[in-house]
Design a protein around this ligand. Structure first.
Ligand code: 5GP
Ligand code: MN
Length: 339
């Protein structure tokens, strides 16, 4: 994988570009994809964003979402764009398997794959150019660096600023995680100068839920959360019946895993959700417990040191039992946490 700055001179020639990201894109995935989309359009390229799957409604306010193709629903159309793409930007993921049904198409594409991502253990051999940096707060911050370092600060308009802000804000837990460096704040200051409407972005993301989602959260915290104080750990397990009863759709469970971390003493939180075709796990930690390693070892997943995910084909009860075993195996690290 060559350094990303090697493509800066090539940005001057109009190209056919596809931008893609991980399945079920979150704020950073969609924000970085659309931020780059608006930037490259501004430079005169033909650009299409393809999401491997659908996404949460709370991302629909982002300028450009109406133009994003959902690979599962618009496969043929998306394949045509991939076939003629000179460049395929892969954002906020680093292993092709995170694009689910798009994986094979991406692996066989003739266009050059360009990686911009901040997760651990990238499949660098799969990318012609790239920037993989686990110290970055978000892929949105890396898109901002890409724009600035390529000498195109003038292309940052309000659309770019709003999209990039949404991703950096969500991936840093509203600027509270340790990944929030001085550079992140400097970037936000520049985005403000370019027209960023931060209150509008915050409201669009967080104050737009339907009543059923709030009732669901109440139910989950009351009935589906187990606390293991001796391990400083909390577990939430959600069945398909729960999802159906409360009419829960993509995105409604986003952020739920963070709630138990607000309980005094809790350093490790997991949520397991029965999505039907698989059981999806999310892991979050505070301090020195490495959930990336935990997710890789026990749940076929990965991510960051303090935020990771995984999945299992086993039934919900078996996944919960496996989690409890894994937690016990890590007792020394979990129970000796210094606050
Ligand atoms: P979430 O729990 O919000 O789905 O994901 C937390 C972090 O871990 C995100 O950065 C996400 O991209 C990453 N992640 C989630 N699931 C997986 C997975 O199955 N494999 C890998 N490698 N990373 C994941
Ligand atoms: Mn991210």
């Amino acid at each position: 994988m060559l350094q990303i700055n090697e493509i800066f001179p090539l940005l001057r020639e109009p190209k056919n570009v596809v931008i893609t990201t991980h399945q079920k894109p979150d704020g950073d995935a969609m924000g970085s994809s659309l931020g780059l989309f608006h930037f490259l359009k501004h430079l005169g390229h033909s650009v299409t964003v393809i999401s491997p799957t659908n996404w949460a409604d709370f991302l629909d306010w982002m300028p450009g979402t109406k133009l994003v193709l959902d690979y599962e629903r618009q496969t043929e159309q998306a394949d045509q764009f991939i076939d003629k793409a000179d460049w395929i930007f892969c954002l906020d993921f680093n292993t092709l398997s995170r694009t689910k049904r798009m994986e094979e198409k991406l692996a066989n594409a003739t266009g050059m794959r360009v990686l911009i991502d901040h997760h651990q253990e990238p499949q660098t051999e799969k990318f012609a150019f790239g920037n993989s940096n686990t110290s970055k707060s978000s892929t949105c911050e890396m898109i901002y660096d890409f724009i600035m370092e390529s000498g195109n600060e003038a292309c940052i308009n309000q659309s770019v600023a709003d999209c990039l802000y949404a991703g950096v804000m969500t991936d840093t837990g509203s600027f509270r995680f340790p990944s929030t460096t001085a550079s992140v704040h400097r970037m936000v200051a520049t985005l403000k100068d370019k027209g960023l409407q931060h209150s509008h972005v915050h409201e669009a993301l967080f104050d737009n839920y339907l009543e059923n989602r709030f009732r669901f959260i109440g139910h989950v915290l009351l009935n589906r959360m187990e606390i293991f104080y001796e391990y400083n750990t909390a577990l939430i397990a959600i069945s398909q019946q729960d999802l159906i009863k409360y009419d829960i759709i993509t995105g409604d469970t986003e952020g739920l895993v963070n709630y138990p971390l607000s309980i005094k003493g809790i350093k490790f939180a997991v949520i397991v959700i029965d999505r039907g075709e698989e059981r999806k796990c999310s892991f979050r930690s505070k301090g020195n417990f490495d959930v990336n390693t935990f997710a890789r070892k026990y749940f076929n997943g990965g991510g960051h040191f303090n935020a990771a995910g995984g999945q299992s084909k086993e039934p919900l009860e078996a996944v919960v039992a496996k989690f409890k075993e894994a937690m016990a195996e890590n007792k020394d690290q979990l129970s000796n946490y210094q606050f």
